[in-house]
Every structure is written in C-alpha cells, then in structure tokens.
Write a protein that binds this ligand. Structure first.
Ligand code: NDP
Length: 282
C-alpha cells in the first residue's frame, strides 16, 4: 500500500519542539524577511513564515520594499540587518525583480545570519562536503521527511529534476553526502522519462503542474513533489498525484508535503543561528 508522507504533521512536531525550546531563553530569536514588491504568491509565503515565527515565540521583522527599489537601497537594508545584533537570521524572499543582481544582494548577507544558505560562503562549504552554518531549508526539509519515514538513502539511485540554486543543486549535494547515487536533470535532459523510470527515488522541483506522470515512475519508487504551482484548480504540485500514487511506495502530497517542511526548517535554522551567535551550542 502506498504511504502518503505527511509533511504537515512532521512539520508540526518540529515546530512544537522549537516552541518548547525557545521559552527557555531570555532573548527571542529574530528572523528578518525582506520582501520586494507585492507579488501575491511571495506575500502569502512571507505571511505564512511570519505567522509561524510568531506562533513559536520568535521576533519577526518584515521589510517590504517597493518593486522599483534600487540595488543600493536594498544593500543598505541588508547591511543594517547584518549590523543589528538583535537580528539572528536574514531571508531575502526570491525571486527579485529582473533589474536587481540577485547574487550581489544575496552575497551581502552576513554568512552567520544566512538562514537559507544563499551566500557563496555557506554554499561553498556545503559543496565541499563540510558544514555551512545552516543547510538550505527546502532540501533539508526533504531529507528530514525521508528520515521521518525511515527511507534509507544510502546506495539509492535518485533523480532530482530541477537544478536551481535553492532546491535542485543543494539537494543533490545533500543526497550525495548521504551516499545516494544522484542524477540531476533539467530542461535540456534527453530521454527524461526513461532515465526517471529507472530510479528508486524521484524528486521533482520543476514548477510544471502534472509534469510527472506514471511513465516517469518505476513500480514501488519513492516520489517527492517539491513543486508549488498556482492553477485554476488551486495549488498543485508537479506530480499527477492521483495516478502516480498507485505506483509509488511513498509519495508526498501538495499541499501538506514539502511546503510545511520548508517553513519548519526555516524556523529550525533561525534557532540554530541564534544559538551559534549566542554560543549556546554544546
Ligand atoms: P526554477 O524555475 O528556478 O527551476 C526549475 C528547474 O526545472 C530548472 O532547473 C529547469 O531546468 C527545470 N525544468 C524546467 N522545465 C523542465 C523540463 N521540461 N524538464 C526537466 N526539467 C525542467 O524553480 P525552483 O527550483 O525555484 O522551484 C521549482 C518548483 O518548486 C516551483 O514550483 C516552486 O514553486 C517550488 N518550490 C517549492 C518549495 C517548497 O517549499 N515546497 C520551495 C521552493 C520552490 P533549466 O535549469 O534547464 O532551466
């Protein structure tokens, strides 16, 4: 029987654990989020993150800048947050307007406050197989959920479809560190269905609704759907869930799959950075 991997309940458990830890500290961890413009989806993501931070007992700061903000103004905001000792974690909500050099902005974040491992300093450590201050939230959430379901990654053939800097690329590095054999696919990959349907685990981070059909899946494979796509039917993932679920051994739903895990990892990373900055680490 197929197991539906409940990211929501796993995330809720993590959130409760963080909440009970935070009450022990005299100071509250502080997460600052920079949001540019009023993109509907980004605003909802940020509001959800702030709601969770408030629930846990963190301080959350939202800096909402206009869509036509200059690069210099945005950099100034980041420098101010870097210099503010009360701010422990900084997240720049992506995507940024095309007029802004994204990597220049992300590089400006102090690595010790870089809550989603966006800077080349932290990403470089990750790529070298060492520990960055914290690991990127979505890939970390995916791995945590597989751990929760006791899915052994070692020696597994895993395809990650999508190679973005926030999902596919760091995820492939983390999976390799778990001794999986990883294939990274993208829009130029040839014979993707044949490639994918030979894999033990298929992880889709493409951003196209119903992209993954049964043809991409081996009988009994694990299917992880990272996609969040806004359609006429509401929010869907990349996977044609109703048909793929009958072929998979484990599958994540959308919503209530990787989305809540990402937010839980953002909270966990905020707490980790707070502890590193206050040397609470044993
Ligand atoms: P990007 O648009 O940055 O990357 C998409 C990737 O998919 C690219 O590597 C692209 O290839 C690849 N791709 C596009 N079309 C195809 C195709 N036909 N065949 C194979 N590969 C293809 O997206 P993100 O990584 O930022 O996000 C991906 C999805 O995950 C989105 O739906 C996003 O909303 C969701 N997401 C969900 C999160 C969560 O918490 N659940 C967090 C972050 C993102 P190429 O590089 O060649 O262009």
């Amino acid at each position: 029987m197929t197991v539906i991997m409940d990211g929501k309940s796993c995330a809720d458990k993590i959130i409760e654990k963080i909440k009970s830890e935070v009450v022990q500290y005299d100071k509250k961890p502080t997460l600052a989020v920079i949001l540019i413009g009023n993109n509907h989806a980004s605003s909802i993501y940020v509001a959800n993150k702030q709601k969770k931070a408030d629930y846990i007992g963190f301080n959350s700061i939202l800096i909402n800048l206009p869509y036509d903000v200059s690069e210099n103004n945005l950099l100034e905001q980041i420098y101010k947050l870097n210099d503010n000792p009360d701010v422990n974690a900084i997240l720049v909500q992506l995507p940024l307007p095309k007029t802004i050099n994204q990597q220049k902005i992300l590089e400006a974040i102090d690595p010790i406050k870089d809550v989603d491992c966006f800077t080349s300093y932290n990403f470089g450590w990750l790529a070298l197989g060492y520990n960055p201050y914290v690991v990127p939230c979505t890939p970390k959430g995916i791995i945590r959920l597989t751990d929760e379901y006791k899915i052994d990654l070692e020696g597994k053939n895993i395809i990650v479809i999508g190679r973005s800097n926030i999902v596919g690329k760091p995820l492939s590095l983390l999976l390799e560190q778990r001794n999986a054999t990883v294939t990274v696919a993208h829009s130029k990959t040839k014979n993707l269905t044949a490639l994918s349907s030979s894999q033990d685990i298929v992880i889709s981070a493409v951003g196209i609704p119903d992209f993954i059909t049964t043809e991409y899946i081996k009988e009994g494979a694990v299917v992880i759907d990272v996609g969040i796509n806004r359609t006429d039917k509401g929010i869907t993932g990349d996977v044609k869930f109703d048909e793929v679920k009958d072929k998979a051994s484990f599958i994540t739903p959308v919503p209530k799959g990787i989305g809540p895990m990402t937010i839980a990892m953002l909270m966990e990373n905020t707490l980790e950075l707070f502890k590193i900055q206050h040397s609470f680490i044993n």
